[in-house]
Design a protein around this ligand. Structure first.
Ligand code: ATP
Ligand code: MG
Ligand code: ZN
Length: 511
């Protein structure tokens, strides 16, 4: 006797169909799982049998072969428990369930027969809709997440018994309905705001320019100057995520198991701050059980690398691909897979090993060599991808003591949104480029023409302030953004002048 149930597995952030078939033949009671199962899938066998017993059903006490097709792709994790168990019960109880092929099932079984949540349900629900399934059955704790997808019935089920009773027509279940728009709107408030930051007007301005043009930024300042505080507030001035962006980010968080029934949808831009001891796999993703890394969890948000020089040089090197391409490719024995990784990179560092180089109140204890060595730990190619450097000085007493709130995130976000609109219009029809930071050399030539005064100032700055050559293009791009914030078509010397200040690490006097 044969039973067949549809399920799905993950590859990267997408799900694909897996047919779970159980064939029962005469022989000693045994279950064999074939079709490239990993260890967690193999363990399914014991969970499934105990869960069926504890649910009060019969399973075929004969030789059962469980086949997961397509056989060529590795199947991982415990999410096939439910479909396997259903096949076993169908054959054991010898029932016919007519509409079974219109449904798909995922879920991990506890020994009691209760269902536990699984990872990646949003991607699976998107697959189920593409596959034109009428309904998807998921563990109750995953139901709201799956129900983000409209146009397919999502049933949140608590146990094997509940599922089987529904399939036999012995129990009524209602598909999960929710007002996603209302949830999305309600969740779109950050709990931090730039109004909390006293003073630091120049740093806030640099952040505004960075976000407006999609530029990565590096904050350089002594301990306690507020670098972390400022960085955490950056997502609150980026234009709000669209529903599509939110779904793309939620897919990644779902695969990482970061969601729960109360927070089943990522409506806010993520802020990720991996420690400098995080492994390359933790940062980029990978390992034997494919899971996205921090660069992908930060997708559509901010990746904050605090104490940038403390990161291994090799680690900073591997960040180049995700920064450049907005995606990360992971090679494994089973093939390569891709995860999205479009984030704004925000770095922070002390100006020197002791932290107080250039500080007005405390003196630096580091020798010139030590300072230079410290800065050189950040590789040139990485620095090339960070358009804006800004020094963050300790906040002044009069600012800290002031009761006046700083400018709010909403006000900054308003100006950012205007500048982004200008860029969208500018780059329409220019492929992947959607902001000034992503201009190709050709686009830069077309859109970053300086007037005479601007050109003169830039030439002077390059020579007199002793800039390295790499600074030139960065200054042009940033000047474009400053002009956009100003609502100016032409880049003038005022815009160039401001952009020049944002390249402190490229000035050779730094060491
Ligand atoms: N401009 C500011 N307005 C209000 N509070 C501030 C400001 N700057 C710093 N603070 C206060 O100082 C604390 C320390 O700041 P923060 O941790 O952001 O500094 P940091 O530059 O990241 O230091 P470190 O180098 O040690 O990581 C903040 O939590 C905040 O309470
Ligand atoms: Mg900090
Ligand atoms: Zn020092």
């Amino acid at each position: 006797m044969l039973a067949r149930v549809f399920s799905a597995a993950l590859y990267g952030v997408e799900a694909f169909e897996v047919d779970v078939e159980v064939d029962v033949a005469a022989g000693n009671p045994a279950i064999v799982i074939v079709g490239l199962p990993d260890a967690a899938v193999k363990e399914s066998r014991d969970r499934v049998i105990t869960a069926i017993n504890n649910s009060g059903y019969r399973w075929p006490r004969a030789r059962a072969t469980v086949n997961l097709a397509p056989a060529a792709v590795k199947k991982e994790g415990p999410s096939f428990d439910l479909p396997i168990a259903l096949c076993m019960v169908i054959t054991g109880e010898d029932v016919k369930l007519p509409r079974l092929d219109q449904y798909a099932f995922v879920g991990e079984l506890a020994l009691t027969g209760a269902l536990r949540p699984v990872k990646g349900v949003l991607s699976i629900a998107l697959w189920a809709r593409r596959a034109k399934k009428k309904a998807l059955f998921v563990p109750a704790a995953n139901a709201r997440e799956a129900a983000i997808v409209e146009g397919i019935d999502i049933y949140g089920v608590n146990s094997l018994r509940e599922t089987f009773e529904f399939l036999r027509g012995e129990r009524a279940l209602e598909p999960v309905k929710q007002d996603l728009d209302a949830y999305f709107q309600a969740e779109r408030n950050y709990d931090v705001d730039f109004a909390d930051v006293k003073g630091q007007l120049d740093v806030k301005r640099a952040i505004e320019v960075a976000v407006a043009g999609g530029h990565n930024i590096l904050l350089i300042g002594p301990p306690g100057s507020g670098k972390s505080m400022l960085a955490k507030r950056i997502p609150s001035v980026i234009p709000p995520m669209s529903l599509e962006e939110a779904i793309e980010t939620t897919k990644v968080h779902s695969i990482c198991g970061l969601l729960d029934p109360a927070h089943f949808f990522v409506a806010l831009r993520p802020f990720r701050s991996p420690h400098h001891t995080t492994s390359d796999v933790g940062l980029l993703g990978g390992s034997s059980n494919p899971s996205p890394g921090e660069v992908s969890i930060a997708h559509n948000g901010v990746l904050f690398l605090d104490e940038l020089p403390e990161f291994k040089r090799s680690t900073l090197e591997v960040l180049r691909q995700p920064i450049e391409d907005g995606k990360v490719t992971i090679s494994r024995a089973a093939g390569t897979m891709t995860f999205p990784s479009e984030f704004m990179l925000v770095g922070a560092m002390n100006p020197c090993p002791c932290g107080f180089f250039g500080d007005l109140k405390r003196s630096c204890r580091c020798g010139a060599n030590a300072v230079q060595k410290y800065r050189q730990r950040i590789s040139g190619p990485l620095l090339d991808r960070i358009d804006i450097h800004i020094e963050v000085c300790s906040v002044e007493y009069k600012d800290i003591a002031s009761r006046a709130p700083g400018e709010s995130s909403a006000a900054i976000a308003g100006r950012v949104a205007e500048a982004r609109k200008i860029q969208q219009a500018r780059f329409r029809g220019h492929g992947k480029t959607n902001c000034n930071a992503r201009m190709t050399p050709k686009l830069q030539k077309a859109f970053c023409q300086l007037d005479d005064d601007g050109a003169r100032l830039l030439k002077m700055a390059m020579m007199e302030l002793d800039f390295t050559a790499r600074a030139y293009d960065r200054i042009l791009r940033v000047a474009r953004t400053v002009a956009d914030l100003d609502g100016c078509e032409n880049i003038t010397s005022v815009h160039v002048g401001e952009a020049v200040q944002f390249r402190s690490l490229d000035r050779n006097w730094w060491g």
